[in-house]
Design a protein around this ligand. Structure first.
Ligand SMILES: Cc1cc2nc3c(=O)[nH]c(=O)nc-3n(C[C@H](O)[C@H](O)[C@H](O)COP(=O)(O)OP(=O)(O)OC[C@H]3O[C@@H](n4cnc5c(N)ncnc54)[C@H](O)[C@@H]3O)c2cc1C
Length: 382
């Protein structure tokens, strides 16, 4: 057996799970992407195939559609996928955590199984044109209606893949108190609701990942509010903590493959590499080992029942640095990848540039570390 980077003293049942998963994968290989099939549609097809085998939501309780195992089991499955260069388990863990921690029992039973199966695709409606880093300054409002429920008005921006989504975890201001942190609430809003307009935006890469989301007098019911009124801020912080956490990436083994390719090239071409490249390859190897060590620590913390918190900002910074350095270095060592048809390294390089922005910018992560981990004075918006 090849030991994955995230194994630490595999219990026997984890090893059995890895074996079962490998056997299942042998009979369910990654399908080819159809011509003209958009990447999100292809990944959604893969999500459903993985779910049909019981490989999504392993650490989610059985009553909510999962398998009631541990985060380590889910990590092991991601690890196996990454080691084969296959797309990982869909990145829904952080939204699932928001529902697990803030949703009521009815919402958890209704929404989570459909999220895990891919019957409902979710997007995250937090950022606005004037409120990205300064999320607390959002202006989308949910006003109470006379007949119960809310009327939502406002605009969201950078909502990834909203055009392929059924539901949006949406933040809106419900209170008028001075503290923005207690006057925001969260809602699970169906995107086919009258008054919702989704407008995709084409990025420089040619992809249309982001969307603008316009909300004009959208009727949202009380039962669609996730958590109590005013719980939106802690829910958002929980969500981004899991989003930034080293465990939710599923990319680590894939990094490992490229790091290994670089390491082998460095060995084979030693003496013939341009100045400084060997050092950069060495830094990539070290970055990868640091990330693996962090992923192990986070796994151990989760197994001990510790929730993700502000220390996820450390993971996010480390992952950003590692990812950007790795793909920059890979393009210097394999310049032919720049021109490769559908070249994966080049695509990953382009996306790595966004790592210092999505899920909160690197500057914001430093503010959080300064203020919440080191106790230094920092910007209040962090
Ligand atoms: C690929 C990608 C996918 C995304 N997907 C989603 C999504 O699905 N849902 C969603 O809600 N959002 C999404 N976002 C939006 C993302 O969360 C925001 O872009 C991010 O929080 C930054 O906000 P902003 O773009 O408004 O930049 P701004 O907040 O305007 O920041 C501009 C610059 O100022 C700096 N800055 C701002 N405030 C401070 C401060 N206090 N201290 C120091 N520096 C500061 C920032 O670091 C940045 O360099 C996505 C972004 C990307 C790139």
């Amino acid at each position: 057996m090849t030991e994955g980077p995230l194994d630490f003293g595999d219990p026997a049942d984890l090893e059995r799970l890895r074996r079962d998963f490998r056997a299942w994968l042998a009979g369910h290989p990654l399908p080819a992407r159809r011509p003209d099939e958009p990447v999100p549609a292809f990944l959604h097809r893969w999500h459903r195939i993985l779910h049909s085998g019981g490989w999504v939501g392993l650490d989610v309780p059985r009553e909510y559609g999962g398998r009631g195992l541990t985060p380590l089991h889910q990590v092991a499955v991601s690890d196996e996928l990454g080691a084969r260069g296959a797309p990982g388990v869909p990145r829904i863990g952080y939204l699932a955590h928001a529902l697990l921690e803030f949703g009521d029992e009815e919402q958890r039973r209704r929404l989570l199984p459909r999220m895990l199966s891919g019957d409902d695709v979710w997007c995250q409606g937090f950022s606005e044109p004037g409120a990205g880093s300064d999320l607390a300054g959002m202006s989308t409002r949910a006003e109470r209606r006379q007949d119960g429920g809310y009327l939502v008005n406002g605009q969201k921006l950078w909502t990834s893949y909203a055009q392929y989504s059924d539901l949006c975890l949406l933040l809106a201001r419900t209170g008028r108190t001075a503290s923005a942190h207690t006057s925001i609430s969260a809602f699970a809003v169906p995107l086919d609701r009258p008054g919702v307009t989704v407008r995709p935006l084409r990025a420089a890469s040619g992809d249309a990942e982001f969307c603008e989301l316009f909300l004009d007098d959208v009727r949202v019911e009380e039962s669609e509010r996730v958590g109590a009124e005013g719980d939106g801020w802690p829910l958002a912080m929980t969500t981004v903590s899991y989003e930034r956490n080293a465990l939710d990436t599923g990319h680590l083994s894939k990094y490992g493959l490229l790091v290994e390719r670089l390491r082998r090239t460095a060995y084979d071409r030693r003496g013939n590499l341009p100045d400084g490249l060997l050092t950069r390859i060495g830094q990539c190897v070290v970055d990868y080992q640091v990330l693996v060590a962090h992923a192990r620590r986070r796994t151990a913390q989760r197994l001990a029942g510790q929730a993700a918190g502000p220390d996820s900002s450390v993971d996010k910074l480390l992952m950003t640095r590692a990812e950007q350095r790795l793909y920059e270095t890979a393009l210097s060592v394999f310049p032919e990848e720049l021109h490769a048809e559908g070249g994966e390294v080049f695509g990953d390089y382009l996306y790595s540039r966004a790592a210092s922005v999505y899920g909160g910018t690197s500057q914001i992560q430093r503010n959080i570390i300064a203020k919440r981990l080191l106790g230094l004075p920092a910007d209040d918006r962090a």
